[in-house]
Design a protein around this ligand. Structure first.
Ligand code: FAD
Length: 432
């Protein structure tokens, strides 16, 4: 049988995962990406060597780690792996011991969390135990705030609320409790080290897009950047898919759409109008990353939690020098940043500088290297959200992306899982 062919539209992490999996399943792959580089939202910027935003992984993101390994990335070289630690400027709150099973580590970490009074530790222990006893399940319409009603206020403000906005990029009063519990369950119960933090020591480009490009080229895949897909159609005679692009038409037996939800909905407008309506129901949350330079400065930990508040936008500050990047380079992260962006990016960056001055005693004239706002960083992960299916209908078509139905919020792991499953689905269809 001649080799079946597939076009992958979009070279973000979902598209790259799909392309790698298709190659491994023996399909001939053509990947079309509109931008000059691969990586999508998790990409490195062309100028200045910075990333499009600070990213972290957790040990439970197994499919992403496996994919990276498949294309030749060594986890030890790519990441600083450390047990979950929540470090504020006045000391660590929670520090899980290394090498323990996650549940026992959490128990020990909470018992030893000396910066918290006993009532805070007991409140967190009681809450964690009740979630565990209920199998990390709750009513689908609950927010994280509802889930934590009655919790000690310090446990809430210094642990659950920052963890929620970091994991779901949605403030706890609007975030889905069910998805939050699913991430916690996987972090605590699936694999040893599932709750570990993995901080990238290399650029986002070297984490996956560059090694995946080399791997795909060796497999004979065709990669076209600066090639935007403008329209899709099918040949009446042989049912082949045709992608009209800015560089001319491409044809293949199957098609994986791994572009943004809005672009996928537009491309499938006539073929699957109802599927497009589900995409239209998604709303999005921005993330702001402010890169700062302060030569000679060092934080007490590579990742420092900050106190967020009405005049303090950032939840975390990363000391990139401690993670193998340029010494004296820092990134402050403002997740769930929609409120802050109402007054513009500059205003938000200046508020971060003021926050670092107040909370860490940094000088007000610290150099802001670059501020980046990704307006549609992730979908807002709210209760009972109906996410679009990865199989919108027509044969030989699958859709991938972090917004596709799945257990996770918009994350690299969600994107990679959807890419792998789109490739497997398409391979099965093309084999019959
Ligand atoms: C600032 C920031 C911080 C984040 N932090 C984390 C984190 O710490 N941990 C984590 O797990 N996740 C994080 N995320 C989320 C993560 O980056 C995304 O979930 C993931 O990158 C989504 O990948 P994707 O492939 O689904 O989509 P995308 O990355 O959006 O990829 C879609 C691709 O399709 C291309 N495209 C669009 N239209 C067309 C077309 N017509 N033709 C051809 N190509 C097209 C786009 O250019 C893009 O490259 C963060 C995101 C941001 C923005």
């Amino acid at each position: 049988m001649p080799k079946r062919s597939v076009i992958v539209v979009g070279g973000g992490w979902a598209g790259l995962a799909a392309a790698v999996q298709c190659c491994e399943l023996g399909l001939a792959v053509t990947l079309l990406e509109t931008a000059p580089q691969l990586g999508g939202r998790a990409r490195s910027l062309a100028d200045g060597g910075l990333d499009n935003g600070q990213h972290i992984l957790i040990g439970a993101y197994q499919e992403t780690l496996r994919l990276m390994q498949r294309v030749g990335v060594s986890e030890a070289q790519a990441f600083l792996r450390q047990p979950l630690v929540l470090h504020y400027s006045d000391g660590p709150r929670l520090q899980l011991p290394a090498g323990w099973s996650p549940s026992l580590a959490l128990l020990a970490g909470l018992l030893w969390a000396q910066h918290w009074p006993w009532r805070t530790r007991i409140s967190l222990l009681r809450t964690a135990l009740s979630w565990r006893l209920r199998g990390f399940q709750c009513p689908s319409d609950w927010t994280v705030q509802q889930l934590c009603q009655g919790m000690d206020s310090l446990a809430w403000s210094e642990f659950v609320a920052p963890l929620c906005v970091a994991a779901l990029n949605t403030p706890a009063d609007r975030a889905s409790a069910q998805v939050f519990l699913r991430v916690l369950r996987d972090a605590l119960l699936t694999v040893r080290g599932g709750s570990d933090l993995l901080l990238p020591k290399v650029s986002l480009a070297d984490l996956l897009p560059n090694p995946a490009t080399r791997w795909l080229q060796v497999q004979g895949a065709q990669l076209h950047t600066r090639t935007r897909v403008l329209a899709l159609s099918r040949h009446a005679a042989d049912k082949a898919w045709v992608a009209e692009t800015s560089q001319g038409p491409f044809e293949a037996d199957g098609l994986i759409l791994a572009c943004s939800s809005s672009e996928a909905a537009a491309l499938l407008h006539t073929l699957c109008p109802q599927w497009g309506e589900e995409c239209a129901a998604l709303s999005f949350e921005p993330i702001v990353t402010v890169y700062l330079e302060r030569p000679g400065a060092q934080l007490p930990a590579p990742m420092l939690a900050l106190h967020e508040g009405p005049d303090a936008p950032a939840q975390f500050l990363f000391d990139l020098g401690q993670i193998g990047h340029k010494p004296g380079l820092f990134s402050a992260v403002v997740s769930g940043a929609s409120g802050w962006m109402e007054d513009g990016l500059n205003h938000c960056a200046q508020a971060v500088v003021l926050q670092l001055h107040r909370q860490l005693g940094w000088p007000l004239d610290v150099r802001v290297v670059q501020s980046i706002c990704e307006k549609r960083a992730t979908f807002a992960c709210t209760p009972q959200l109906q996410r679009p299916s990865g199989q919108p209908g027509p044969k030989g078509l699958a859709v991938a992306g972090d917004y596709i139905q799945g257990p996770y919020p918009a994350t690299l792991e969600g994107a990679v899982r959807s890419g792998l499953s789109a490739a497997r689905h398409l391979h099965a269809e093309l084999s019959t």
